[in-house]
Design a binder for this molecule. Structure first.
Ligand code: C2E
Ligand code: MG
Ligand code: MG
Ligand code: MG
Length: 278
């Protein structure tokens, strides 16, 4: 399946996002040093319940500043980190740092909410990686029932049975699983009933196009309904405008992540954001 995975990602990423070969090689070279040089940082974007106006969780999002390259967006470097395998070390950094930061935020605000981190398919590609991931989680002293991992449909380019088994194990630890970027992948709706997920994130591309494209609006409405019917929390990602929020609320969506409520924030900004809400 390896060849297939590479072929697919090549088709999708080679031109627009992936850049030219020289650039990729340079990014990869710099990425290998980035953890040791402490070039990564994390920001946290709140997930808000619009009914209570309360923060129900945050998603950790990685940022990379390199002296030669400047700021490089995760859309660009995560793909390269995945192909080269560096993502496994990056993933470990993200979980450790995010858990440490969020415990500090809880302590300073007297609020507890869920922490979500993005997990690449490559981090769960074989038994070896899955075991590394399990060990990392079991050795952390962050409460499992406040921890959530975000996966995408791309995870099923790998060993589907093995992944489902792994996700069930994760769930048995009381860790929650979210299906991110929903609607952009290849999988069919039936995957929803096979996966031990508790949250569905509607991709921001659908949210943006709701008012431009009636089909997209209907699609979003259907996703919200399906999610509710099978008891999933539905999160609308990328909400920027009040009219988007109002429409989504009329569909019955309650949880939002987007610039309308907040951009991704540093740990210090997050503490301020929460204190101002209380
Ligand atoms: P994602 O997991 O779907 O994260 C949501 C992205 O949407 C973030 O982009 C966030 O900043 C952006 N966003 C949120 N609200 C809005 C909005 O209202 N308008 C617009 N235009 N954008 C909004 P970001 O931080 O650039 O991350 C992009 C992607 O990179 C993420 O998409 C995720 O797939 C990946 N990524 C980020 N951090 C990590 C990480 O630590 N590990 C892994 N494996 N992937 C990561
Ligand atoms: Mg995500
Ligand atoms: Mg997403
Ligand atoms: Mg996305």
């Amino acid at each position: 399946y390896k060849a297939k995975e590479h072929k697919n990602s090549y088709v999708i990423f080679s031109k627009a996002i992936y850049g030219n070969t020289k650039e990729i090689v340079q990014i990869e070279t710099e990425l290998r040093q980035a953890i040791a040089r402490e070039e990564f940082s994390l920001v946290y974007q709140p997930k808000i319940n619009s009914k209570t106006n309360k923060i129900v969780g945050v998603e950790a999002l990685i940022r990379w500043y390199n002296l030669k390259l400047g700021f490089v967006s995760p859309e660009k470097f995560i793909k390269i980190a995945e192909k080269s395998g560096i993502i496994n070390d990056i993933g470990e950094y993200v979980i450790k740092q995010a858990q440490k930061d969020i415990k500090e935020v809880w302590a300073q605000t007297n609020e507890e909410f869920t922490l979500s981190v993005n997990v690449s398919p490559r981090q769960l590609v074989s038994i070896k990686e899955m075991n590394r991931f399990k060990k990392l989680i079991l050795n952390s002293n962050f409460p499992n029932d406040k921890f959530m991992i975000e996966i995408t449909e791309n995870i099923f380019l790998g060993d589907v049975k093995g992944i489902i088994l792994f996700l069930n194990t994760i769930k048995s630890y009381n860790i929650s699983i979210s299906l991110d970027d929903f609607g952009t992948g290849y999988s069919s709706l039936s995957i929803l009933s096979k996966l031990p997920i508790s949250e569905l994130k509607i991709d921001k591309s659908f949210i943006h196009d709701m008012f431009l494209n009636e089909e997209n609006m209907k699609l979003v409405k259907s996703i919200v309904n399906i999610g509710k019917d099978i008891n999933l929390e539905v999160v609308a990602e990328g909400v920027e405008e009040q009219n988007e929020l109002k429409l989504l609320e009329s569909f019955g969506c309650n949880i939002y992540q987007g610039y309308y409520f907040s951009k991704p924030l540093s740990k210090e900004e997050l503490i301020e954001f929460i204190k101002n809400k209380i």
